[in-house]
Ligand binder design. Structure first.
Ligand SMILES: *Cc1c(COP(=O)(O)O)cnc(C)c1O
Length: 524
């Protein structure tokens, strides 16, 4: 292998400390099996505080709603219930869960398209409803009248924003009501005045582009002005989620890796992936086509910092910073961070079952040495490395959703033997395969570089999986068990010397309640 193409995970102090607790992690997986999901509820409270600090810096008020869909954990939601945060639920089950974890309806917002059961419980409990379509508004109003419920607070989700003079393609969404149809929607709100109270408008854009979000945010401020001109008194702009997470420790590694992936697609270096998977790139007669279908794993401006940067951007047509625009009107800002609020809040552990050499044909695929034979160029100046290892884990691709979500990041090796007990043979490349009898069950389709070879019984720790990559798609294919989930915490006070390496405590996720064993005092 030439220089190892590492993509080392960004590990902040708590997560780094947890991954150093080798014996603790092996005891947990020894007792609870592989795969195992580990969540760190206290870190979530810290992430919330970072978001709130950005609000304060811009003198803004409003709710921070955790987008529950990012993780099913009870511990995370219960820990959040002990803070000032609110929660965004997108299904009947999530609403029931939030209520059961201690969120009162005032601190819950129901978003996304809703079925009648979900809408009913939202209306009955007095949860704020983020209206996805005019039909949904009619259905909600009918429920309120039929059951003589108190008026329900509603926000209107808008989409399809355009700003005159701003040349920017805003992506289409199948959710929300087109901004151009606001007038018709407000007529419905007028008709349903006895049943609903309009408190705001919003959007959620599945994009990393701040420029697109700036157009949408300004569009919402204008929409609020329209609402007020029509005699309503809404005050909130809900800018949804999508603040993102930085998964990688080193931006230079990401640059180098993606450059090499491009070179591999062009055939100017040996392939780096299983069966020449190319992550969306292709070589058409020497020209690179397609686009890298990957999450931008290195995002120096993510989470609360992304919110800060967005609020500081000038409004596309009005010119003043977006935060100023909100402040001048005394509007509130609601945010719905999912991935960003669970940054550094979870790890997925998987046990190594078997380590073997790949077959010569796989070697050829991995190194490209058969290239000349099937018409591919040879690779002058690029020597083939050693054969990548095939590492079989006791977990499958649905248990570790990083690859599925396009997040490329290396796992951390947590050896079973104490350091120094095993000879260290130096860096290796390996393919990580899952526990299903399915060719496609690869935990990564790229050769992962590790600083040392894993051995059976070692653990691979996939860091930062709490956002969508832990339990979003986990199932019981082939009757393999779904990962158990545990919550972990340290009892040492935040300012205690050496706190980072204070002993770790744990309980099953469903057993976690913030006050038990003084897990938390006060709120964030
Ligand atoms: C998924 C979703 C979010 C959270 O998105 P992240 O990218 O995880 O921050 C927020 N709001 C709505 C309506 C969503 O569908």
């Amino acid at each position: 292998m030439d220089v190892p193409l590492y993509l080392e995970p960004r590990l902040e102090s708590r997560l780094a400390s947890l991954l150093r607790a080798r014996t603790f992690l092996h005891t947990l997986t020894g007792g609870l099996g592989s795969p195992l999901n580990v969540v760190l509820p206290d870190r979530m409270a810290e992430n919330l505080a970072a978001f709130r600090a950005v609000y304060r810096r811009h003198h803004l008020s409003g709710g921070i709603f955790f987008a529950h869909k990012a993780n099913r954990s009870s511990a995370l939601v219960r820990r959040l219930a002990a803070t000032e945060a609110a929660v965004d639920v997108a299904s009947l089950g999530e609403l029931q869960h939030a209520l059961g974890c201690g969120f009162v309806p005032d601190r819950i917002m129901a978003t996304g398209p809703k079925n009648p059961e979900f809408l009913w419980l939202a209306a009955r409990s007095g949860t704020t409803v983020n209206i996805d379509s005019p039909v949904e508004l009619d259905e909600l109003a009918a429920l309120v009248r039929d059951y003589t419920l108190p008026r329900i607070r509603v926000l209107l989700r808008l989409s399809g924003f355009c700003t005159p003079g701003v040349r920017l393609l805003i992506r289409q969404s199948r959710f929300g009501t087109a901004e151009a149809e606001l007038d018709g929607l407000l007529k419905s709100v007028e008709r349903h005045r006895d049943a609903v109270e309009l408190t705001g408008v919003g959007y959620h854009l599945d994009t990393t582009s701040p420029a697109e979000k700036a157009v949408a945010l300004e569009g919402c401020v204008k929409a609020l002005d329209t609402c007020r001109a029509r005699g309503f008194a809404p005050r909130a702009v809900d800018i949804g989620g999508g603040f993102g997470t930085d998964y990688l420790a080193d931006g230079a590694q990401w640059q180098r890796y993606t450059t090499e992936l491009t070179n591999a697609a062009l055939g100017t270096r040996p392939p780096m992936t299983w069966r020449r998977h190319s992550y969306g790139l292709r070589n058409e007669n020497g020209t690179l086509r397609g686009a890298l279908a990957l999450y931008p794993a290195h995002r120096p401006t993510a989470g609360a910092q992304y919110l800060d940067a967005l609020l500081s951007l000038p409004a596309p047509s009005m010119g003043r910073p977006l935060a100023t625009l909100l402040l001048e009107n005394l509007y509130e800002l609601h945010t719905e961070p999912g991935r960003a609020l669970v940054d550094q809040c979870g790890v997925t552990l998987a046990r190594v079952l078997e380590v073997r050499r790949t077959e010569p044909t796989d070697r050829a695929e991995a190194t490209g040495r058969t290239g000349a034979a099937d018409g591919e160029p040879a690779f002058p100046g690029s020597r083939a490395g050693p054969v990548p290892l095939l590492v079989r884990l006791d977990a499958n691709a649905d248990d570790i959703g990083l690859e599925e979500h396009g997040v490329l990041v290396d796992p951390v090796l947590v050896p079973r033997a104490a350091p120094g007990d095993a000879p260290d043979a130096g860096p290796v490349a390996c393919y990580l395969a899952g526990n299903l009898c399915l060719e496609a069950d690869m935990i990564t389709r790229r050769a992962v570089h590790l600083p040392g070879a894993p051995r059976p019984g070692d653990l691979l720790a996939f860091a930062n999986t709490a956002g969508y990559c832990m339990d979003f798609s986990a199932d019981e294919a082939q009757q393999q068990p779904v990962a158990r989930k545990v919550a972990v915490w340290q009892d040492a006070p935040a300012d205690a010397p050496g706190r980072e390496d204070a002993p770790w405590q744990w309980c099953l996720d469903e057993q976690y309640w913030p006050h038990v064993n003084r897990r938390t005092k006060g709120s964030a």
